[in-house]
Write a protein that binds this ligand. Sequence first.
Ligand code: FE
Length: 228
Amino acid sequence: MNLKALYKLGYGLYIVSSRNGDRLNGQIANTVFQVTSEPPTIAVSINKSNLTHEFIKESKVLAVSVLSQDTPLSFIGHFGFKSGRDMDKLEGINYKAGVTQAPVVTDNALAYLEAKVIQQVDVGTHTIFIGELAGADVLKDGEPMTYAYYHQVKRGTTPKTAPSYVEEKKEAVPKMAKYRCTVCGWVYDPELGDSDGGIKPGTPFEEIPDDWVCPVCGAAKSDFERME
Ligand code: FE
């Protein structure tokens, strides 16, 4: 079985958020899709170990923000590689309370959807929440971020809790040494640099300033390991 066939499926990239009483949380998700139009209904697949899963189970509401293609890696990393159990992920983020009272993240969002959960499907590691649309709006024009764009152009990485995570084999030894973030798995390729962090292409890892951080998860330079 060639699991790379799964890479040919098309996905977007979204923030799925919810609330539990006064507590708010959101996370990155790529599995959001419309399942029927009358009434408008969406489905979202969320890992059971995520805090957002707990919140949706409790409140039965969720919001989805459709991310723009120019969303910085650091913003995706903030929602994708950090846990709301350790921090308030919405602090410093622009959001509004929707009609469901779920927090609707408006930063880097082209549009949003709000839904009330009407059904839940247990699929082992994940729950598929099926929700009837309760609110929706377009916030600005632009291209939505696709999962393929995130991986190929932004060179983003996938947390192990994502439904689409496929374990990757180690790459062959490169010419100029690449360094991997031990926290999120993002790889610094000296030939490409890091445009988000102001590192020009062709900069060896050793010459990056010490205060530089991982563009995805914010880990320190010292958290990177040389790839052999
Ligand atoms: Fe990282």
